[in-house]
Ligand binder design. Sequence first.
Ligand code: ARG
Length: 566
Amino acid sequence: MNFTHIIAEKINQTLENTFDLDKLEKLVEKPKDLNRGDYAFPTFSLAAKFHEAPQKIALKIADEIDRTNFANVKAVGPYVNFFIQRVEFTNQLLKEILLNDDFGRNNQGAGKKIVIDMSSPNIAKPMSMGHLRSTVIGEAISKIAKANGYQTIKINFLGDWGTQFGLMIAAYKLWGDDKLINKNPVDELVKLYVKINKESETDKSLKDSGRAWFKKLEDGDPEAVKLWNWFKSVSLKEFQEVYDRLGVSFDSMNGEAFYNDKMEPVVKMLASKGLLTESQGAEIVDLPNLLPKDNYPIAMIKRSDGATQYITRDLASAIYRHDAYDFAKSLYVVGAEQKDHFDQMKAILKLAGDDWADDIEHIGFGMITMNGKKMSTRKGNIVPLVDVLDTARQLAAEQISEKNPGLENADHVAEEVGAGAVVFNDLQKDRNLSIDFNLEKIVQFEGDTGPYVQYTHARAMSILRKSGQQAILNTGVTFVDEEAWPIVSRLSAYPEMIKRAWQLREPSIVAKYLLSLARDFNSYYAHTKILVNNEKMQSRLSLVQGVCSVLKSGLNLLGVSAPNQM
Ligand code: ARG
């Protein structure tokens, strides 16, 4: 139930519906002091229109308003204070939560598709923390979009094309060792790549050889294609391990290579619209000249040696996705450092007359630092993601064996908690902020962590288990503790929260909500005994069940599981 809305509507009825509902809704306040009601409405801004004192208007509203759902509505000076009928309200809310699997979901996106470009690591390179963020944020946004009724298409735009693969093949031909590569694919391939880059500083012929191999690859030479495919499949196998552990899957794995035969039409289209300029043998879109006000850099479409570029492939993929999916929105979950790239891409499409480009959004995010330090792949201090997940699992296992030594399938739960900790940490701050990564801290069962929310859920579940009965809703809630009211009010905000998280494409809204709900519940539980031998127990159990259900549903929106015991 959305009370601000209900109140605005009821007030408007007393005013012959003369006001704009949205405006009235924005005026409704939530007083800090509960003596002033659960909601309050100030009448100052209505005074001018009615040529009446605010106090008088407040009295008129309190007098004439429809009081259903309210225990009391009273005028206090220029304010109208609303006191909700708590038992009735709680009853209705818990029925909604517990009798439907889809509490909080809405259908605003029915029939509409959202394309999400996410994860998109580069083959023959380790998946970086940035790719992890993209994966985790993309997955959460997809789930949030679905909760708003949209259909989503998750695309892993693998970095599997570019001149570097020519160099890679050249290096392999010189020094490659199949046994080593099969054992530790990405590691070995990186070593080969680093080596050939280093040696080519003194031996210029290596670069030529790389170019020649890339040309062969482009022309479909069987040996080149076979090697490239092999590099790709061993890399994908490594990536898949991370995806499996995070429970993430994709609807399409069409990476950059998929667009090989789709770029020439794009280049032709740009030329036909007069957007291509020649510059020292290269083909560019001269954005600074075409859009002087916007400050975009020049976009290189084709190098002087004929090689297409990252942006060429992205133009092709944007157009392909538009044609293939007829999307309502096309999102790109990619680090903030690529903002220019996506701005350029949109600007070029718009110049070409593709107005649907307005529906493309770059969903940027900040960097991850590890214990305060930047993590760089180039300097070689890479932490493989699988190792991160292993350590998180280990740390979770230690806490579980301390808190709950006899736990069945403790290994499985440790995995859920470890992965949950990493994912939650990635999602709990506004995505554009940089986040620091301190494994010890984020796996703690206390503090602002995923495991804290999971643990709260597990504790609440154990109360239900110990009660020996399912909370029986049809007996209904007959009583609401004063201290339980913040929980009820928070639970009732869940549907609006889901809308906002989608509007802002911001999983942190869900994460913050869950932390607050967990805190509300824990402070209630610290003061209130739930398993008591009186008629209050049933009401309290129903509430606990509502909390469990929303915590679990919210965690799942983030791609985090909610073990029943931990
Ligand atoms: N592979 C790229 C990188 O690692 C990210 C690709 C993002 N998606 C896109 N459509 N450009 O930087």
